[in-house]
Design a protein around this ligand. Sequence first.
Ligand code: URA
Length: 325
Amino acid sequence: MTKKVNIIEALEFYCDNGLEEIISEKPQNYFAQKDVVKKKVIAKTANDFSQKISNSVPEKVEIKTAEKTQISFVKPIFSTSEALSTLAQKSQQNNQDMAIVKKVSEQDSIQNSIQGDQKFISLNEIVAKAKKLAGNSKTLAELRSAIENFDGCNLKKMATNTVFCDGNPNSKMMVIGEAPGNHEDLQGIPFCGDSGKVLDGMFRAINMTRENFYITNVIFWRPPGNRRPTDEELAICRPFVERHIELVNPEVLVLVGATSMTALLGITEPISNIRGKFMDFSPKFLSRTIKTFTVFHPSYLMRQSAKKRLAWIDMLNLEKFLQQF
Ligand code: URA
């Protein structure tokens, strides 16, 4: 107890004799100051001391004459009200700074969006570019090269190869599937994987090989994970597909699977309602009508072998139809 009292007395002594100077950067010249008001401090513990000591220093320090500029120490905050007002000022300054930062970042983002807008190409513009390139292609070789050099479809970024065609371009029948899978992507040939083997088997059943038909897809690059192509991807590839049909100019189109059917005919009905029917397709890009026949996709048949019977009937009808040519 005695010890504690002694410590408090000692602290009071130091306080009275200018200990607060240690919290200033420069010593204070009390001789230059007038009417210094000092308060006595009772600090209960050493921890309280630095706080208590702050109450002991003049709340208002008047500095006279020329010395005012010389005594420019960083004044510590000695009173709660002063601290609060400094905090308030700081916070106001911060708010102003934040407002400036916000304004600058808003300007930046406007600037970025302007720059972004300049880089951004709309779907319509990409499709227009695809149409122009497709329209300028006068031969299948030119069309292939236009597609290979076209960068408007994101699928191309992940693809190994552009998958353009296989088979005989002079045949009467053009077969159009969905999109390349893994094997097709690696080899650059449509329907060269497992589903291709099934499809070849279906045509072999009616004595046809790739020498007798021409084959392509509605998408030229493999969608990642063999997912269904998006409407945008289909729209971007479509001008090339239309030009492809125009250049091959077949008597009959065989659409393989629902995606190909919907992409070309715009029919969203279930494929089971459409398969096996000869339809007259009169697209704007052709000045004539073209017979179109839809069949189940071989990968669907691999999963649903019960449907092979219907697919077999469809192939026999196709064979009969082709006899007229
Ligand atoms: N499935 C398709 O639709 N096309 C291919 O080329 C391969 C698999």
